[in-house]
Design a binder for this molecule. Structure first.
Ligand SMILES: *Cc1c(COP(=O)(O)O)cnc(C)c1O
Length: 444
């Protein structure tokens, strides 16, 4: 499988010529391209980049890394010849318009009618913004599950908001009884609901948390950085779909186009259901936003300069693969789900591995069968290293021993956590690669 298809470069060259036509009327400027020196440096870069895992290949099945779609990287590159800045319309008129369209499309995908939102560098920045707004609109403690992304605790520290963890059930989902007792203690401002945890791909019970909001009146922030796109997947388990279907009722949502949306880094997105949140961003800097009365994205964003190229890339991707139910994009997500289920089944049939509950999304976590937690952990590390020697790249995860023991009561808990293997099957090609992956693991 080749990393590079030369036809992409021809498409880019043609599109660059069309871009150039828009600016040809300007007077000539002297261009001085030291091609030999640039080529020499690029050769060094190319060789230096060999020191990477093969993220584009299905045998890379470790961390949450998914290659951008060709249309996204070409559109990004194309835009770089102008390098627009989506902070203000002065910096990027066309790319700001494209960003607004993209945000509306993502909002529609998540069931939001007229959300306020924008792109940003990634899920961390997007969550920072959502928690910042939450802290101002609904002061009080921030709650997130023990399997939520570690960023929520840290961002709460940055924002000087009190933070508390809510226990999960043995499948890694926020435990409702634990949430209710935290709410009973009072002082909760915001509950972070993770739709697709980074470790296990577990879906917190959003529908039930929303019912609790009726009684307790807290703010609901949904962190769907990884899992949000799965709202489009036709083949979710009903218990999973029930919660993903309710994103329209969240107060704010974070989703990362650079995770499952086929975008290059950094492309995150934050959305607020109530456009009134925009008032929080007001400032009276004397040196921006003079060019028009139309909305400048910098007026509703914490970051100032941002790559217009990211919006151009996402817009191009939405043209080719609209994020709507029933299209190719949704079908590819279904392939990832099917790949995860198939790998989970194959591993479950083997006596050498143990599995957890059926994956809700496309992350499979499994372990190496052993009498006790310490031995299982050691074997997992060995398997991880041996697989990598055969170009099969997985990831590791530490799970509380109770989570494993709930399904495998015979496991002796001589360690607080069990090291397990984790595989994110995010690429559509993973479905065809499952047999190869399972066979490679069985042979190790
Ligand atoms: C990846 C992830 C984040 C952090 O997002 P970045 O884009 O890496 O900054 C936050 N929350 C969840 C659930 C994630 O999966």
């Amino acid at each position: 499988m080749s990393l590079v298809d030369r036809r992409e470069l021809e498409i880019l060259a043609d599109a660059l010529e069309s871009l150039n036509e828009g600016f040809e009327h300007l007077p000539e400027t002297a261009a001085d391209l030291d091609t030999a020196a640039i080529a020499a440096v690029l050769q060094r870069v190319a060789r230096r980049m060999h020191d990477n895992y093969p993220y584009h290949h299905p045998r890379y099945a470790g961390q949450m890394l998914k290659p951008p779609h060709p249309v996204a990287r070409l559109a990004y590159a194309l835009a770089l010849w102008l390098n627009p800045n989506n902070h203000a319309l002065d910096g990027g008129r066309a790319s700001s318009a494209m960003e607004k369209e993209c945000v509306a499309q993502i909002g529609a995908m998540l069931g939001l009618d007229r959300p306020l939102g924008h792109l940003c560098s990634g899920g961390t920045m997007a969550n920072l913004e959502a928690l910042w707004a939450a802290g101002r609109l609904s002061p009080g403690r921030v709650l997130a599950s023990a399997q939520a992304h570690y960023t929520h605790r840290r961002l709460s520290e940055v924002l000087k908001l009190e933070f508390a963890e809510v226990a999960t059930d043995v499948q890694g989902r926020m435990d409702l009884a634990a949430l209710e007792s935290a709410l009973a203690a009072g002082g909760v401002g915001t509950v972070v609901v993770t739709l697709g945890t980074t470790g296990l791909g577990a879906i917190d019970p959003l529908a039930d948390v929303l019912a609790l909001r009726e009684r307790h009146g807290f703010r609901v922030h949904v962190d769907a950085a990884y899992g949000g796109y799965f709202r489009l997947a036709p083949s979710l388990a009903p218990a999973t779909a029930r919660h993903l279907e309710r994103t329209n009722d969240a107060d704010s949502i974070v989703i990362d186009p650079h995770k499952h949306g086929l975008q290059p880094y950094g492309c995150g997105c934050v959305l607020f259901r109530d456009p009134g949140v925009g008032a929080l961003y007001r400032h009276d800097s004397p040196y921006t936003y003079f060019s028009s009365d139309e909305l400048h994205l910098g007026e509703i964003s914490l970051e100032c300069s941002r790559p217009g190229a990211a919006a151009v890339a996402l817009w191009a991707t939405h043209q080719l693969l609209p994020p709507v139910p029933g299209g190719t994009f949704a079908a590819n997500l279904a392939r990832s789900l099917a790949a995860a289920r198939a790998l989970w089944q194959a591993l479950g049939r083997s006596e050498r591995f143990f599995t957890l509950a059926e994956p809700e999304l496309d992350i499979v976590v499994f372990g190496v069968a052993a009498p006790d937690a310490a031995t299982a952990s050691e074997h997992a590390r060995t398997l991880f290293a041996r697989a990598a020697e055969r170009d099969l790249h997985l990831a590791l995860i530490e799970l509380p021993v109770d989570m494993v023991a709930a399904r495998h009561p015979e496991l002796v808990a001589n360690r607080a956590t069990v090291t397990c293997l984790r595989s994110c099957l995010m690429k559509p090609e993973h479905l065809d690669a499952v047999e190869d992956i399972a066979a490679t693991l069985a042979a190790l």
